[in-house]
Design a protein around this ligand. Structure first.
Ligand code: ADP
Length: 449
């Protein structure tokens, strides 16, 4: 096992990883930007090193500074968290070449899954269902028209190197296809340095369902069931739950098997997530794999009892998974609400000093946060400031528990989206689990804000 791990991240995920290190008896090294001198992760870690100015590009994305910090502190492994460098295969390679362990999958797995066209080819080989569309890259407008006709409008033009909901265009008719196609290519080239695009049928009312997988270096890969992540705005998840209230036993067996097949196709090591879109008839299609830990991992931890960060670290150190698929059981229901420092309905960010912070508590409530009273939330990073997770015997009880937990939360001095969650949790459509990926935006539009 490692003696010391450097965490190349900030915020709640850095705190989550430092806590896991402490529980495993591993020393932790935090890296921080000049804006994060007083941040929770900087304070909680055994050692902390400043790696540059506030801007992420100069600190948390600064590979040279992070590698220097690892060398200076004799760290043996690097945990990248999510975001920043977590899906950067070149960084993973540099870490490995420097003789350090990368807490994540191999650079090869990351490269294939980070390139959507390459990933779809791999998935086709592994018999993982794909959204109907182009067979690989679409190289000219005529090709785009041919593919769109076969798939049927609406279609979605996607950048192969896209991510974070960027680089996608929905096209409703042939008249707007040529323009959307060339715009998507130009934008992808400028944003990702790769103008490869492909076309998929645009599914109109799907749910976003994802499968958590965990692999070790000895060829074992298991799944930890699915998560329902359809509550989104601007392709950003707002509330997640496990299991999905829409997925029945038969569909669960199928989608989880597809998740394991997808991970096996790239010899996956560590924690990863295979994202699918599911139609109202429960047919489902692979859209992408995230080769890292996800924000919403706690809901899976709670229904399975598996500490995902602990196992990311253990498998990176070479330990085999001690459980087989049949040992992993699901118990009860878990929900996560993402608390953001932003206006609950206008979504304008609200950085500033927290005058008072009081976290909810009580039975079966977990709070992953980096807030404390007197902390100043810097304006440079993600607006998520806390995750509240509840667990209960069934979904209805879990919702009630979340409602009382959200009501208990007090954050004074900055505006948060607490009221959005209060209203969403009370919404009959949410309570009946009658929703898809458009639910939240349609509901917000109806509010006429
Ligand atoms: P990113 O890597 O940018 O997150 P994804 O491929 O995961 O891109 O897609 C992000 C979101 O875009 C999905 O969760 C879904 O809401 C929407 N989306 C992507 N592909 C399709 C599709 N074929 N039909 C309908 N919606 C889609």
């Amino acid at each position: 096992m490692f003696h010391k791990i450097l965490i190349a991240n900030r915020g709640e995920i850095a705190v989550r990883i430092i806590r896991a290190c402490k529980e495993l008896g591993i020393r932790s090294v935090a890296v921080y930007s000049e804006a994060d001198k007083d941040a929770m992760h900087t304070r909680l870690a055994d050692e902390s090193i400043c790696i540059g100015p506030a801007a992420g590009a100069k600190s948390y994305l600064n590979i040279a500074a992070i590698m220097a910090a690892a060398e200076l502190t004799d760290a043996e492994a690097i945990h990248p968290g999510y975001g920043f460098l977590a899906e950067n295969a070149s960084f993973a390679e540099i870490v490995g070449e420097s003789g350090l362990s990368w807490i994540g999958p191999s650079p090869e797995s990351m490269r294939i899954m980070g390139d959507k066209v390459a990933a779809k080819h791999k998935m086709a080989e592994a018999n993982v269902p794909l959204v109907p569309g182009s067979d690989g890259a679409v190289t000219d407008v005529e090709d785009a028209k041919r593919v769109a006709k076969v798939a049927g409008f609406p279609v979605i033009v996607k950048a192969s190197a896209g991510g974070g909901g960027r680089g996608m265009k929905v096209v409703h008719s042939e008249a707007s296809l040529a323009n959307a196609y060339s715009m998507c290519r130009t934008e992808a080239g400028a944003a990702f340095g790769d103008d490869t695009v492909f076309i998929e049928k645009y599914l109109e009312e799907p749910r976003h369902i994802e499968v958590q997988v965990l692999g070790d270096k000895h060829g074992n890969i298991v799944h930890l069931f699915e998560r329902e992540c359809s509550m989104q705005r601007n392709n950003q998840k707002v509330l997640e739950e496990a299991p999905s209230p829409f997925v029945d036993e038969e569909t669960r067996a199928k989608i989880c098997a597809a998740g394991v097949a997808a991970a096996s196709a790239v010899n996956y090591v560590g924690a990863g997530t295979i994202e699918f879109l599911m139609n109202p008839d429960k047919s489902f299609y692979f859209i992408e794999m995230n080769t890292r830990i996800q924000v919403e991992h706690p809901v899976t931890e709670w229904i399975t009892g598996v500490d995902l960060i602990e196992w990311q670290i253990r498998v990176a150190a070479g330990e085999p998974l001690p459980f087989a698929q049949s040992d992993i059981k699901m118990k009860g229901h878990a929900i996560e609400c993402r608390i953001n420092a932003e206006h609950p309905f206008k979504f304008t960010p609200s950085p500033g000093t927290v005058q008072l912070y009081h976290a909810p508590g009580g039975r079966s409530v977990r709070v992953d946060s980096f807030l404390y009273t007197g902390y100043t939330i810097p304006p440079y990073y993600d607006s998520m400031i806390a995750k509240i997770i509840t667990h209960a015997r069934d979904r209805q009880k879990c919702i009630r528990r979340m409602q009382r937990a959200i009501d208990e939360l007090v954050v004074l001095g900055v505006t948060t989206n607490q009221e959005l969650h209060q209203r969403l949790l009370a919404n009959p459509g949410f309570q009946k689990a009658d929703f898809n990926i458009h639910f939240l935006e349609r509901w917000l539009n109806q509010m006429h804000l």
